[in-house]
Design a protein around this ligand. Structure first.
Ligand code: NAD
Length: 357
């Protein structure tokens, strides 16, 4: 049976949602275009063993919307989109499946650029790119951007220093207790930067090898995964999972600053108010973790290293502006950031309508 691409009706506020099925390779994937108002949608592909097709649909919708906020805020001339492949990345992924996915991306004719996300490596993207020009995050080549994680980690680190200045009156991290949750591609790189800056590290992960490395090389204390919110810390850097900040965990958190790479850290938007009421500064995830998509945008726009570095510097400047507005208006940092994104989208829609008139 050939590749079947079905157009589903997306929820209000979304542009397109497609489901693709290829029985010969076993591909089952969603691609969601949340917004292309500011440019073609860009966002990685996640491969995950979802319990159901509905769960995959929910995830792709949530992730695509987040990419719009991230890309628009970073001023990359890109909109928001995301894709998910249903399956276990270690057991089910095959080159044939990746090529079939590449053909689906290609069928969108440049409305969507895909890249790495959870369960997807640069080698996977290389295979996808055999079928489409709209796969980025490639290693090598004239514009290849490779692993985005070091850029993400650098952006988070710079924002964390801005946050420290705001909360503690100094960006000197010497002796500050920072808990890094998740020592993966981003978390380990961030932990190394924090260690070099003199921070006193606490780390938490389910991966013992990563914990051993951080303990031996970065003199980190280890915190069991279920005791993160009981630990004493100055700064919390979530770099593992989304949804870890609930009303309950926000009530227990001892940190005065939250700045990390994980996407969708707040289990629900209103947790921002709980953090704010407790005097905890939360730096919105989609602002601070934009380094990776900035790196990828450099590849999409065929821009050089100077573009990436300039855009990366703007991440910390932007977070400083958001903190400033939050203090001036009394609004939470998430509300301020969401408002900026909403205003940019409204302006872009206005320009589109003027152009069409
Ligand atoms: P990764 O998969 O390399 O690392 C995740 C780490 O979290 C792993 O070491 C894993 O063992 C650990 N982990 C899993 N469950 C845990 C738990 N319960 N407690 C503690 N640790 C746990 O992922 P990554 O690329 O480092 O990304 C980390 C987060 O940042 C993700 O939420 C990702 O979506 C987000 N993010 C990453 C990038 C990037 O450039 N890689 C960009 C933007 C956002």
């Amino acid at each position: 049976m050939p590749l079947i691409i079905t157009e589903e009706t997306p929820p209000p506020g979304y542009e397109r949602l497609i489901f693709a099925e290829d029985s010969s390779s076993g591909l089952q994937a969603y691609i969601c275009l949340h917004s292309t108002v500011c440019g073609p949608a860009a966002g990685g592909c996640r491969m995950w063993a979802y319990d159901s097709r509905e769960a995959a649909r929910e995830d792709v919708l949530r992730l695509a919307r987040g990419m719009t906020a991230k890309n628009v805020m970073a001023g990359l001339g890109l909109g928001g989109g995301k894709s998910v492949i249903i399956g276990n990345a270690r057991e089910d992924k095959t080159p044939a499946m990746l090529r079939a996915f590449g053909r689906v991306v290609d069928a969108l004719e440049g409305q969507y650029y895909t890249a790495e996300d959870v369960g997807f490596s640069p080698e996977d993207i290389r295979i996808v790119a055999e079928e489409t020009d709209f796969a980025v995050g490639l290693e090598g080549g004239e514009h290849g951007s490779g692993d985005p994680s070091p850029f993400t980690a650098e952006g988070v680190f710079q924002c964390l220093k801005v946050g420290a200045q705001d909360v503690f009156g100094s960006d000197d991290l010497t002796g500050r207790r920072v808990l890094v949750q998740g020592l993966g591609h981003v978390g380990m790189s961030l932990a190394e930067k924090l260690y070099a800056a003199g921070a006193s590290l606490i780390v938490s992960d389910i991966n013992q090898a990563a914990l051993d490395l951080a303990r031996d090389q970065l003199r980190a204390d280890i915190c069991p995964v279920d005791q993160v919110f009981d630990a004493q810390m100055d700064i919390f850097a979530p770099c593992a999972l989304g949804g870890i900040l609930t009303h309950d965990s926000a009530q227990k958190l001892s940190a005065r600053l939250v700045c990390g790479a994980a996407n969708n850290q707040l289990a629900e938007d209103s947790v921002a108010e709980t953090l704010s009421a407790r005097g905890i500064r939360y730096l919105p995830d989609y602002v601070v973790n934009a380094g990776g998509i900035i790196s990828v945008a450099g590849e999409i726009h065929k821009a050089g290293e100077a573009y990436r570095q300039a855009r990366l510097k703007e991440v910390a400047t932007r977070i400083a502006e958001i903190l400033e507005t939050s203090k001036r208006t009394g609004q939470s940092t998430t509300r301020v950031a969401d408002q900026i994104v909403g205003d940019i989208l409204d302006r872009a829609r206005g320009h589109q309508q003027e152009g069409a008139a």
